[in-house]
Design a protein around this ligand. Structure first.
Ligand SMILES: Cc1cc2nc3c(=O)[nH]c(=O)nc-3n(C[C@H](O)[C@H](O)[C@H](O)COP(=O)(O)OP(=O)(O)OC[C@H]3O[C@@H](n4cnc5c(N)ncnc54)[C@H](O)[C@@H]3O)c2cc1C
Length: 465
């Protein structure tokens, strides 16, 4: 066995090696940029490579006027795309892809209300420094920052935090350009329309700008360590309530989880604690170094020995750097939210099922809490917070055998799917899970009666033939 010191099994490096980064995705996006006016047909693929299509062309608009002109003067199916970081089939089309990469950056801001209008094609990662420069920070961020603001909000992308909502819930106004080119500025005074459009799965039109409620720029301290999964699940409510962000990555075939707690720190303290330990990397293969067909018990023993008694790591930085990571290993993902009362039991059942059925998977689960909110299609819609649970499989492997076994467990606990992640639900189940799903379907139909914005996947979700 490789000489792997316990010290080297540092929390940050485990995360970095189990998940992954971005060498390939640029290619797909550069392809989009290269194809003006749909002249050449370049294949499109999402980040994981699990979704592919051969669109008729890509329209890379340089401003809102060009976007309006295109929508008014063209016909046929279209799909707006962000950075291709959704795992589900939201984008694939044989029509045209609409790229809004050039509609980015800060358009205006208010230092009193801490609201900022942002070009919807901005990458979250680019926004971090831009907001910092005007003394603002986003209230929360997801695990990574490669998504566009439009793409992230369209799917209800969320971070971690019992008192923190998904990104869409912090939208105060947005501009929607409908399939026939009508320009609509929508805010809370528009009532139902506002609640529908903040998580829109790209089915209501193309969003060109978004006004976000931010807060004053802030610094965060992250602490990562390894702890028994059962202890963490038992005490999760308390832990989640006592940290701004708290989540665990339950390791499969192990009694342990990687634990992550993030809290705000004041500037002076932060300086003193900057740049604490960096870990060496442990490769995913280390969790698989048992030769062919290890038994579940062999895996458990090996993984427990590998992770027990490891040291914690700490780091302090500006919020956007602490909250997001780089994912180097490509994977596919399924994520559901369940009521927090059901969260721990759901995680236990998934871990037990993996063990009992000897499913060959090394990726950990991810378990976090998100505050309740009001965009209709948010997976945390409602007054109460929700627990979200993710499962992952390396992109080069077929995810179906694993995901097909686990998905019914999510259903059993009343799970709602993340729109950007893999799931097998149709409008029949979704109407039961999302109280305003039917209302969303009606608004969709009124804004796009011919279904120009739909692809095969969305037709299934919204029962459109
Ligand atoms: C490594 C990784 C980590 C992730 N971590 C998290 C996480 O921590 N939390 C979480 O909740 N999710 C997470 N996700 C999921 C991700 O945030 C969502 O799938 C998000 O939608 C991706 O944004 P995107 O810019 O790539 O959009 P795309 O995937 O390109 O598109 C997503 C949807 O947005 C629509 N869309 C894009 N642009 C527009 C526009 N201008 N107008 C209207 N609709 C538009 C598209 O049509 C599509 O329906 C992760 C994904 C990956 C690959």
């Amino acid at each position: 066995m490789k000489n792997l010191s316990r010290r080297s099994f540092l929390a940050s490096s485990l995360r970095a090696s189990l998940f992954g980064a971005y060498a390939l995705n640029g290619a797909a996006l550069n392809g989009a940029a290269a194809s003006q006016s749909g002249a050449r047909s370049i294949p499109w693929s999402n980040w994981s490579g699990g979704q592919l299509c051969q669109p008729a062309g890509r329209i890379d608009v340089s401003d809102e006027e060009e976007l309006v002109r295109f929508l008014k003067t063209s016909s046929g199916p279209i799909r707006p795309i962000g950075s291709g970081h959704s795992f589900s089939a939201l984008v694939p089309t044989d029509g045209h892809l609409v790229v809004i990469d050039q509609l980015g950056g800060i358009l205006d801001y208010d230092s009193d209300t801490l609201q900022t209008t942002i070009g919807a094609g901005s990458r979250l990662g680019d926004l971090g420094a831009q907001l910092d420069a005007i003394g603002q920070g986003m209230l929360n961020l997801p695990d990574i920052d490669r998504q566009t603001l439009a793409g992230a909000t369209a799917t209800g992308t969320h971070g971690t935090g019992l008192s923190l909502q998904c990104l869409s819930a912090y939208i105060t106004e947005l501009r929607l350009i409908t399939a026939n080119g009508d320009v609509m500025d929508i805010d809370a005074s528009d009532g139902d329309l506002f609640d529908a459009v903040r998580v829109n799965v790209g089915a209501l039109g193309v969003v060109s700008r978004i006004r976000m409620q931010n807060r004053a720029a802030y610094r965060l301290k992250k602490r990562e360590w390894v702890a028994p999964t059962e202890d963490m699940l038992t005490n999760f409510d308390e832990l989640a309530a006592s940290h701004r962000h708290f989540e665990i990555f339950p390791l499969v075939y192990s009694d342990y989880s990687l634990v992550l707690a993030i809290d705000e720190v004041d500037e002076s303290k932060a300086e003193a604690e900057e740049a604490v330990a960096e870990g060496e990397e442990i490769a995913l293969s280390d969790l698989r170094e048992l030769g062919d067909n290890p038994t579940p018990l062999e895996r458990l023993t090996r993984n427990n020995a590998l992770v027990a008694n490891t040291q914690a790591t700490e780091s302090v930085d500006v919020s956007h750097k602490i909250l997001t990571n780089v994912r180097n290993n490509r994977f596919n993902e399924m994520e559901y939210s369940v009521p927090i009362e059901a969260g721990a039991e759901c995680v236990r059942e998934i871990l037990k099922t993996i063990y009992d059925r000897a499913i060959d998977v090394a990726f950990p689960l991810e378990y976090r809490y998100v505050s309740g909110d009001d965009p209709w299609l948010s997976m945390a819609y409602g007054a109460e917070p929700h627990a979200t649970i993710s499962i992952h499989r390396t992109a080069s492997e077929d995810y179906s055998p694993y995901f097909d076994i686990i998905e019914p467990i999510f259903w059993k606990y009343g799970g709602r799917p993340h729109w950007g992640k893999l799931h097998n639900l149709t409008h029949r189940e979704l109407i039961q899970l999302y109280p305003r799903f039917k209302d969303f379907m009606e608004i969709r139909e009124s804004l796009d009666p011919t279904g120009r914005m739909l692809n095969k996947h969305l037709r299934t979700l919204f029962d459109v033939r």
